[in-house]
Design a protein. Structure first.
Lengths: 252, 252
């Protein structure tokens, strides 16, 4: 058996997320079907991140097993030929047996925010538009409170099924520009990049929803450690919409 | 009568270009209808560039007349509220009587090319994907031959209705990145920015189609002055597709 590793890039806007489900088109389903068509066998693909409906990826990592000796450069071409153009395999390599994509050392997500009166037509699918003026200084201060090892119960949603809610956030950085950047339009867009050893269900979107409440002056930055400590979802902010979120990279 | 100047940004992918036509949705029609709804009168809008079907704009300039004293900041908000999200007015100001958007001093277009095996899902709507390896040195050399005042008959299409085919190209520059840039993906995308005192019908797309033939080795850079000189459309390359083209700015 060969173990094949894929790196996938996708615009999640049209899809019901990664994981196969009834009555909705998912990225996993399309990738499995495309590989199945080329390799002429039933293929099961697992991913580092089961991204939610509407969430994008620049580098999700997936893997599957096959005994088919099909050359990988031909498989790469055939796979991209079958997949719709908003899903691309950017890399396909053979890897060691037992490779499990979700056992990653770290993952980095980017969340993009568009602010001001209107959002650019080129950004609107990849950034959350927040009309009000935000206090970015307070938001950056709040972001720092998430760094380190914490129980993130206050920032997850039911349905994740994780054994523990403890995760370690390594970096949480603010920057200009979005997931994509219109060439003349960077001034009205910014992003937060968050790197951790793992993320709970909806964790990034709940953290960002909370940061925006900080930016609006509704939650003080000094409250964040207390909200984390309380392990109570009701104390944190709302869930930010999915289209501003993009899985940037996964490291092993 | 007031003369109102608008700056418009749009993703042209879904539209049959700027100019009103039967049986197809155009940007002019949507802008005129939205303004008409707010101002409660029939509004006629003219633009600096009647962009073709599928062509984008970061800053097309348009103007209309009205005797309605409606406050502009409210008009701006109402207009963006009515327009679909892939068309935005980024600016709206009162200007001097007799302002005609198409009497511009210069216009700048960007044409984006994606190269390599596949095009990123985030770039595919805004860049022409050319699979073959291109000789960018030759393309840049060829681009220089377009600079200056020339009769561009070899690079226009029937239907423009211009009185003269003479235009002056001020700048023609090559750069990394596209109309929009995915944050991790700039290496497989580049652009040409062309600035002139005016452009003939399909001129940029015909020039880019010709440059790509140069990049493919099918036309030598030294042939470009001869192709210009010949005033014969049949000697130039094919028309590049519209979705790689974006009107960046118009100056007066």
């Amino acid at each position: 058996m060969r173990t094949i590793k894929l790196v996938l890039q996708y615009d999640g806007g049209k899809y019901a997320g990664w994981q196969v489900q009834d009555n909705a088109t998912t990225i996993q389903e399309l990738v499995e079907n495309a590989l199945g068509t080329v390799l002429q066998e039933k293929i099961r693909v697992s991913a580092a991140s089961r991204t939610d409906s509407g969430v994008h990826a620049l580098g999700n990592v997936a893997a599957f097993k096959t005994s088919n000796p099909f050359p990988l450069h031909r498989l790469h071409r055939a796979l991209n030929g079958i997949l719709p153009p908003d899903i691309r395999a950017t890399e396909i390599v053979e890897t060691k047996e037992g490779f499990v994509p979700r056992y990653a050392k770290e993952k980095t997500y980017r969340y993009a925010l568009a602010f001001g009166e209107f959002v650019s037509p080129f950004q609107r699918r990849y950034a959350w538009h927040v009309r009000e003026a935000l206090d970015f200084g307070a938001m950056q201060q709040a972001a720092e409170a998430f760094i380190g090892e914490h129980d993130f119960t206050s920032f997850t949603a039911a349905g994740g099924g994780e054994k523990t809610h403890v995760r370690e956030v390594y970096r949480f950085e603010f920057g200009a520009g979005g997931v994509i950047s219109a060439c003349l339009d960077d001034k009205d867009i910014c992003h937060f990049d968050i790197t951790a050893n793992g993320f709970l269900y909806k964790m990034v979107r709940n953290i960002i929803g909370t940061l925006v409440e900080v930016g609006r002056g509704k939650i003080a930055p000094a409250e964040i450690p207390k909200i984390i400590e309380a392990k109570n979802r009701a104390l944190a902010g709302p869930t930010a919409p999915p289209h501003g979120l993009c899985l940037l990279s996964v490291k092993y």
